[in-house]
Design a protein around this ligand. Sequence first.
Ligand code: CDP
Ligand code: MG
Length: 378
Amino acid sequence: MTSFQEDRYAFLTEWHDPTASLLRRYQLFFYPKDNSVEMFDLKYQRMFLRRTKYEDLHLEDLFLGNRVTVFSRQLKLIDYGDQFTANKLGSKIEKTFALVKPDVLNKIGDIFELIYSAKLIVTKAKMTTVTWSQAADFYVEHQSKPFFNNLIQFVTSGPVVAMELTGDEAMSIWRTLLGPADSAAARQEAPQSLRAKFGTDAIRNVCHGSESLAAAARELEFFFPSTVGHGPGNTAVCEDSTCCIIKPHAIAEGLTGKILNSIREARFKIAALQLFNIDYANAEEFYEIYKGVVTEYPGMVTELCSGPCIVLEIQGADIPKSFRELCGPSDPEIARLLRPNTLRGLYGKDKVRNAVHCTDLPEDSVLEVQYFFRILDG
Ligand code: CDP
Ligand code: MG
């Protein structure tokens, strides 16, 4: 019997059933005391999964909009299932908007590291460019300021990375992490801040951060509109490039920043970057050529849709071969023996959770880049 004192969290969740190709709805219960889960089928009004211990789910993963994997099913958390859960978990979780400005894209790995160290999670990310009129729209509150033209000139001077950050008090935590707007002042007043570390002056100050939750909502809608196909597009060129996917397990382990830094140190150019939540059908389609060829195929598909992944378009001398060499042997155990400094050697766990995917066949390189940046982000 469940004691009434025991904490129980409830969520309304959706699961895309690939075999029937429809959405199924479950009530998900999580019991932190023994880390167990329980699922109730809402359509058929019956128990779907009896309370079972499940070590891979953690309280930190339980926030609205997130996707969690429970026994190989990727569930999207749609709403709180009861008032207790809403009160307990709903109060402080916020979303805020961050924009990495054009002059510090080579610091993107360090920026990811600092975001994670502040216990924030990147829930959306897209490398993009903004036109003059989009930038003027975005910064409309500053249009009468003397620095307005310089600011617009600056943010339109090259690609930026737009991000949605989620976490407890995300808005103010991100502002604190940024530090004062003027980088020189930041070095005086907040030496650990991002602007103190990587900023140049009052205009080239590393990143933007929303100043209120209302501003965050407006700015997120601007870069990540709820209507598909609108908003600033991705920067993929789909030419002389290859595809890299930072896999969900690596993102969950907080390795994104380290992987991006390793790629930069190896002198590859990241021409496009975007966070995707791949569903089961798309993961199967993407890995189609491995079906029946490698025994890990089912595991690879499940891993790819188990949480957000970050897809990169990579350019550089002698790609795709040179980039495959940076990734190393697909089995991390072998990589650690033979090529310990490769991405798989450094960050991989096992054959399926091997930190990154890279294109196998040269003729598939651009096709894989197109799959994400032209088809899925259509
Ligand atoms: O970005 P934040 O909200 O901290 O500062 P802001 O006062 O809202 O200004 C927006 C942006 O305008 C800054 O991030 C700077 O890039 C730029 N700016 C500038 O170029 N010169 C100033 N004196 C102040 C701000
Ligand atoms: Mg501002």
